[in-house]
Ligand binder design. Sequence first.
Ligand code: 13P
Length: 127
Amino acid sequence: MKTLALIAHDGMKAEMVAFVKDHIDILRKFKLVATGTTGSHIQRTGLDVELKLSGPKGGDAQIASLAAEAQLAGIIFFRDALGKHPHEPDVQMLLRICDVHNVPLATNPATAKYLLIGMAELIEQGK
Ligand SMILES: O=C(CO)COP(=O)(O)O
């Protein structure tokens, strides 16, 4: 089973929960991992999610570590581009690691939709 990481800044958590509900059938095809607070919101939809630390406490760094070790099929990270975040260096590190290791990364719901559709298609093809 492919692993997908889900992360949302506080200003985007409602968007993440709405996105998860809209795509719940596709998301059931993946093992899910999330930063702590995002993950606890997603768990309330009934999906099984492995929780890492909260983002500001190192959760983004843990997800980046998984990406660097080729353990993630993709990351959906709804960033709040209008907010300030004390752990911005960790966020930038995660984005950089995705590019270094060619890990699919969607940072907004429109892109995440296409990423999920594409990944579901690969699963259908057995890839
Ligand atoms: O801060 C985050 C992403 O940078 C998300 O962390 P939480 O899911 O713990 O709120």
